[in-house]
Every structure is written in C-alpha cells, then in structure tokens.
Design a protein around this ligand. Structure first.
Ligand code: TYM
Length: 323
C-alpha cells in the first residue's frame, strides 16, 4: 500500500518563497508516486483573520496558486479544510485526551503571544485542530518547514495517547523536513513569514517583487572583499540552483569584484523566469474559477470518505456509538 502524505497551508495572505520551498514544491513532486492529501486550512486561519471577505478571497487564491504551481487535483486529494467539518468533531474528541501542558509548550503559540497577539482559545488549541487534520486522514508523512516540526510531534503524541487509552486506531505521523531549505529567510534575514512582512510573494507585480529582491539585507563589505556565503542573499539564491551551481556561486562570492546589487538583479531575473509558466497558468485559472471550485468540491468528497472512516472508529472506541 502506498504511504499517505499530507500537508496543509493557511490562507492567511499571499503565498511566499518560504511556503514554496518549505512545502509546496515538495508536495507537487510527491504527487507523482504517492497517495497525496493536501488542504487549505481556512479553519486555522480564523485564529488570526476576522474579515469574511479577506478569508474567503485568500482561500480561493491559495487554492488557485497551488494548482497553478503544479498541484494536480486529479492526482491529489485537494480540498478546503472547513468543507470537511468532521475535523471539528475530532478536534473536540482529541481535546479530551490532550493535556494542557502539551499545548503550553507550543513555541509557535508562545512566539505569537510574545509578539503581542491577544490569544483566543482557538489559537491555544490550534495544534489539536492540526493533529485532527493529520490523524483523521491516516497520514504517515507530513512535509513541512522546520517551523511546523513541533506541531507534528504534538499530533504524534496525541495519536500515541489515543491509541494507549482506546486501542490502536491512528497511524503515528512523521514530519518530513527538507534539510537544505529548513527555514527560508526573509529579506531581513529572519524566517520568511507572512506576519513579518519580510516575504517575497510567488505571484505579484513585477515592480513590487523586483523591489523586494533589491531590498534583501546585505552587509557593507567592499567590492573587492570576499562576501558572506552564510548571508540571506546567498541562501535565497541557492534555492534556485543545483549543487554545482551553488559551488560556482560560492566562488563568485569569495572572489573580488562582486557587487551585491548585480547579484540581486540576477537573482530577481532567475526568480522571474522560474515562475513564468506558473504565472501564465495562474492567469488562466483566475479566468476559469469553475475548474478550481469543482476540483475542490471533488477533493472534499474524497477527503470526507476517509475522515468519516476514522471518525467512526473514534466514536466507537470512545463509546459515542450506542444502541
Ligand atoms: P503555514 O501556512 O504557516 O505554512 C505552510 C507551509 O510553509 C512552510 N513555511 C516555511 N518553510 C520554510 N521556510 C519558511 N520561511 C517557511 N514559512 C512557511 C511551513 O512550515 C508549512 O509547511 N500549521 C500549518 C498549517 C497546517 C498543517 C496542517 C500543516 C494546518 N494543518 C496539517 C501540515 C499538516 C501552518 O500554519 O503552515
């Protein structure tokens, strides 16, 4: 039996290079040989978005972007999280076997609080909803960026606890993290993130994206000094190169005469060329919304079959079925 691979992405703003290299491009690659499940997690986005037109617009955009980038709804079960409400019921069921200590340790929650976000219960129990996403579909492997590793560990802990109390029910999921792109940096050198405003969007106007590339933070090394190969510019450029090309870039960085400005321009051109076919497809899909919507509907139907199966096992194991 093929192993099931599953991941999700929040429709909380424009999708960026961190999302693409951390998760999306790998999911697209995996769809060829695996049983792939992928969802746009609009219920998770409710923890930070309270404007209905922003949430619904972002949701459709995220789905369209993913298909434009190569996710094939014929090969992959692709749906909108909230269209399979079974995930809310299992979240409640899992809540009753999850110790608060497990959630208190969530670094992502702690980071958000430290940044001044006023937490609601949804934000606190976010990892339980994410555990439901993973467990309710029997996923073995979860491709994510490094920032999500702890969430997968929490999902695994919840599965272990459920299986211990109620008997073997859930697959124990494993995170799958790409060593080379563990965390894609933003233009200021911190983790690229929608909430830090340091991100480079995948789609958008040429002028704005060029500006983003030109603002990548660099040091003040003189033109003839060797340049830092641990810098943000080097890391971002490497995302578009194979191993030999990375070695060549290293040589250029270490040799005299290299100007950061020239490398930034060159990197922008590489980026623009890389996403050219996807931009064309994105334009096509935005004029063929029906295709996106019907693909999502089909995806939700397929996902529901699996979710129902697991939910029924849970209900039975917990004593919710009677008579
Ligand atoms: P989200 O929406 O923040 O990000 C989606 C994916 O992009 C990865 N990512 C990055 N990878 C490398 N470098 C970066 N700078 C970077 N920024 C984002 C994330 O690691 C993620 O893989 N909680 C999840 C969504 C979720 C989910 C799930 C994921 C909900 N249910 C079930 C997997 C399985 C999140 O907020 O991802």
């Amino acid at each position: 039996m093929k192993k099931r691979i599953l991941s999700g992405i929040q429709p909380s703003g424009e999708l960026h290079l961190g999302n693409y290299f951390g998760m999306m491009s790998r999911m697209i690659e995996y769809q060829e040989k695996n049983d792939l499940f992928c969802c746009i997690v609009n219920l998770h986005a409710l923890t930070t978005i309270d404007d209905k037109s922003i949430l619904s617009g972002n949701t459709l955009n995220a789905a369209t972007d993913f298909i434009a980038l190569g996710l094939d709804p014929k090969k992959t079960t692709f749906w909108i999280q909230g269209d399979v409400p079974q995930v809310c019921q299992s979240t409640w069921l899992f809540s009753n076997i999850t110790n608060m200590g497990l959630l208190d340790r969530s670094t992502s929650y702690k980071d958000k609080i430290a940044k001044g976000l006023k937490p609601n219960v949804g934000l606190y129990s976010y990892p339980i909803l994410m555990a439901s996403d993973i467990l309710l579909y029997g996923a073995h492997k979860v491709p994510v960026g490094k920032d999500q590793k702890q969430h997968i560990e929490i999902a695994r802990d919840i599965a272990i606890r459920f299986n211990k109390i109620y008997g073997e029910t859930f697959v124990l999921p494993e995170p799958s993290i790409e060593e080379n792109n563990r965390l894609v940096p933003g233009i200021d050198g911190n983790k690229m993130s929608k909430s830090y405003k340091n991100f480079i969007p995948i789609f958008g106007s040429e002028k704005n994206i060029r500006k983003k590339f030109m603002s990548i933070l660099t040091d003040s090394a003189d033109i003839n000094e060797p340049k830092d190969i641990d810098s943000t510019l080097f890391k971002l450029y490497s995302l578009f190169l194979n191993l030999n090309e990375i070695e060549e870039l290293k040589d250029r960085f270490l040799a005299p005469g290299m100007r950061y400005g020239d490398v930034k321009k060159e990197l922008f051109e590489k980026f623009w060329l890389h996403f050219e076919p996807f931009r064309k497809r994105r334009d096509y899909l935005s004029n063929h919304k029906d295709f996106v919507l019907s693909s999502l509907k089909e995806g939700a139907e397929k996902a529901t079959i699996v979710a129902d199966l697991y939910l029924d096992k849970m209900r039975e194991a917990m004593g919710l079925n009677y008579g």
